[in-house]
Design a protein around this ligand. Structure first.
Ligand SMILES: Cc1cc2nc3c(=O)[nH]c(=O)nc-3n(C[C@H](O)[C@H](O)[C@H](O)COP(=O)(O)OP(=O)(O)OC[C@H]3O[C@@H](n4cnc5c(N)ncnc54)[C@H](O)[C@@H]3O)c2cc1C
Length: 334
């Protein structure tokens, strides 16, 4: 049923109080096809958990909340199990389901907010693992020609926090199929303090549940919980630069942290740039930059999305002035 004039406050993790002119919740593929036929060319926004979105104004169209549930085993052999989850499943609940069933590969992606259907959109990643590492395919509905097609890893054009779905908003992901490991899983504990945390807990041979617990502990310590304080995680992507840029910055600021991608390209933590610019923890009228993770912009209460957006532009300007680096926004601005 299409509702009119619906507040989106509980549908976005920034807790921005804007209204959608129309709003509908979708529980099956058939419902989705029906609604797309009904709305024809109306302006539409397909929404999952709302944890990677900043609403800057009321939405003058229809918000289609994708809530299709269901997880099922597709196939398995002695090494791998293929699991398919519908778009409206909560991502972390899906991770927990896999952990309970001893399926390895997404334990490092524990506690990322949002839904399964949005995971391919920005090729979610954390602690050395990206969705593409376990991705097999996804079922995609094209709202322009009403076709449904299975997209493989090549079709998705995954990159660092990017995919074809980030560019082409006519493509709606209905379900995601992953290839997970049954046993002898190559656990990735080399990233973001996992090793140190395992030593602290005296865990010498961690299993996938240990890794998940450790990742959850680190995330809870480092990141603000959107249930308590409005945010959408990292607001900016980590910039990728050439070696000359690293050397140039190092002349002014010592010990720039970086990660070598290949011979030419290096990734710098955007959080470090924002901290060096003296912006960490800056608070304005109800919104600001998080005090320990400067990559996260915060709504302390009743901030307007437009103010947070303006703050993001100011941060970009300052970073460009100091470092001659253009920060790219990770969050979807609506
Ligand atoms: C505290 C916090 C921590 C975070 N940590 C991480 C992290 O470690 N790594 C990471 O990668 N991200 C992280 N994020 C960002 C976010 O959780 C992910 O991007 C997540 O996948 C978004 O899912 P969602 O369902 O909330 O998407 P939404 O915000 O609902 O939508 C995001 C975009 O995807 C589109 N979309 C949604 N569903 C579909 C669909 N089925 N088909 C096509 N398009 C769709 C929307 O139109 C929108 O453009 C974090 C966010 C928060 C709040």
């Amino acid at each position: 049923m299409i509702k009119q004039n619906v507040s989106l406050k509980k549908y976005n993790s920034f807790n921005i109080d804007v209204k959608a002119k129309e709003f509908v919740e979708i529980n099956s593929k058939e419902e989705l096809i029906h609604i797309v036929n009904v709305i024809k060319n109306k302006k539409a926004l397909f929404l999952g958990g709302g944890s990677n979105i900043l609403f800057t104004k009321d939405f003058d169209g229809i918000v289609i909340h994708l809530n299709m549930k269901g997880i099922k085993y597709e196939n398995s052999n002695s090494e791998n199990t293929i699991v398919k989850a519908n778009a409206g499943e909560n991502w972390n609940k899906f991770v927990e389901f896999c952990l309970e069933n001893n399926l390895g590969g997404i334990e490092n992606l524990s506690l990322i907010p949002g839904n399964v259907g949005s995971a391919p959109v920005q090729n979610i990643g954390a602690y050395g693992v990206e969705l593409k590492d376990v991705f097999l395919s996804c079922e995609v509905f094209n709202k322009d020609d009403l076709s449904t097609k299975e997209y493989n890893i090549k079709d998705c054009k995954f990159g660092y926090r990017s995919s074809i779905f980030k560019e082409n908003k006519s493509l709606i992901i209905l379900s995601v199929t992953l290839k997970l490991k049954n046993k002898n899983h190559n656990i990735n504990s080399s990233y973001g303090g996992i090793k140190e945390e395992l030593i602290k807990l005296n865990i010498k041979t961690p299993n996938i549940k240990d890794i998940s617990n450790v990742v959850c502990n680190i995330r809870k310590r480092k990141l603000p919980d959107p249930e308590e304080i409005g945010n959408a995680g990292s607001f900016f992507k980590n910039p990728v630069v050439k070696k000359e840029k690293i050397d140039w910055i190092n002349e002014k600021f010592n010990n720039i942290p970086f990660y070598k991608i290949d011979e030419e390209n290096y990734k710098i933590p955007a959080a470090w740039l924002i901290e060096q610019a003296g912006l960490k923890g800056k608070e304005f009228n109800g919104f600001g930059i998080h005090k320990s993770q400067p990559l996260v912009l915060i709504n302390y209460g009743d901030a307007k999305g437009h103010d947070i957006y303006k703050l993001s532009l100011t941060i970009k300007e300052i970073i460009f002035k100091i470092f001659k680096i253009e920060l790219e926004t990770e969050v979807n601005i609506i």
